[in-house]
Design a binder for this molecule. Sequence first.
Ligand code: ZN
Length: 455
Amino acid sequence: MAWMLRLVKIGVEGEEPCTDIMEIRRPDDLVDIANLGLTLAEAKLLLAGVQREIVAAQARSHAVRRPECPRCDGVCRVKDYRDHAVSTLFGQVTLRLPRFRCAACSGIEAGVGWPPRCRSTPELDRLQAHLCALMTYRTAADLLEQMFPVDAGKHHETLRRHTLKVGEALGDYVATRSETAAVAIVVTLDSTFIRSCVEGERHLEVRVGNVETEAGGRQVFGAVAKAGTDIRALIRRTLDAVGQTEGTALTAFTDGCPGLRRILADAGVSTPPMLEWFHIAMRLQHLKQIASALPVDAPARVEAKAVIVEEVERLHWRIWNGKAQDAQVSINRIRAVRHHFQGEPDQRRSTAPSRKLWTALHALDGYLTGQSAWLVNYAERHRAGLRVGTAITEGTANFLVNRRMNKSQQMRWSRRGADLLLQVQCGVYNGTLGSGFGQKFHPANDLCPPVAIAA
Ligand SMILES: [Zn+2]
């Protein structure tokens, strides 16, 4: 069997001569299921063929429009033709467009309404940036090449360059003020680190945040420290975008880093930020895992382990219920039975369960002491229907940064490169990049509120 794919243009005068795009051949039988329907390769050829024909027709009809001379009222005549290569999602196309010369003053004019330095379509730029926000430049390049008949921008370096350009443009983006005023807004500001590619510089600090309104509106923002993007301005812009007014009640959360509290204050968030429950819950979970891994190879250890597991639970309860000042009681009780787990062969090593328990307990103790002023009664807030942190269950930093700029993948970043990519990521999630990408993460993350970690 064979089909001829034919494109018929309908002009003002009706049907015009048609063009053959491609022939599709298929075996008559379906012995091999692989012969069912179109293959990806054929689909790509088809798309590229249709694209070429449509673009050629558009270029022809564009070329007959003559510009007016801006200097005199002379008539413009075609001087010569120039080829313009433009990358599209469906292949590279070449537009033959005329240049004009004014018959009276000899001035050269480009065609009507043709952007002089256009090398790609906005749709391609957007899709490239979108994919690069979610996966590595290399994977994004591979994916595009697999799925679409793209000829240009297949190299990951090209994709990176394009994406950073989009990030730059997003930096200049002016947020539209929300038309509906928000009654209450929750602001979360966190920090995380990524590896630097610059010699002598190990890590880059990334600040990320998230604002949520009671009506379900959400925007994320982020900036790499000292990279040129002003995080304070971003926070103000984001608050504007979700409808902050004089009467809006603000609630702020941080991961406890003092620098972040200063940033929030500078950005005009004057309510003292609370320590987000997520960060405490993570530490408690770590402690619980260690406690449950303690060996029970002797009766004394069985007993001691039961005490430790119970006290860790009690510690959780105390902090959740705003009684962090009593945490020391639990910590002392754990300390009192800890000697049962000493004397392991590898006890000196940091991987020994007793050592790990001690380290984690010590870290939590220090954390609670340092953060005591910012701890609240989380249980009471929760019962009152108030937030104890962001609705992004994995935390904004994990969601926005660690997934894409992951430390475990050994990725190294330049300050500017990471900062601009972050702007693209936020653009994708906020829906400011392109038109229909926004709020991608909404349903998936709202299913289980942070309480899931608390319970
Ligand atoms: Zn002229």
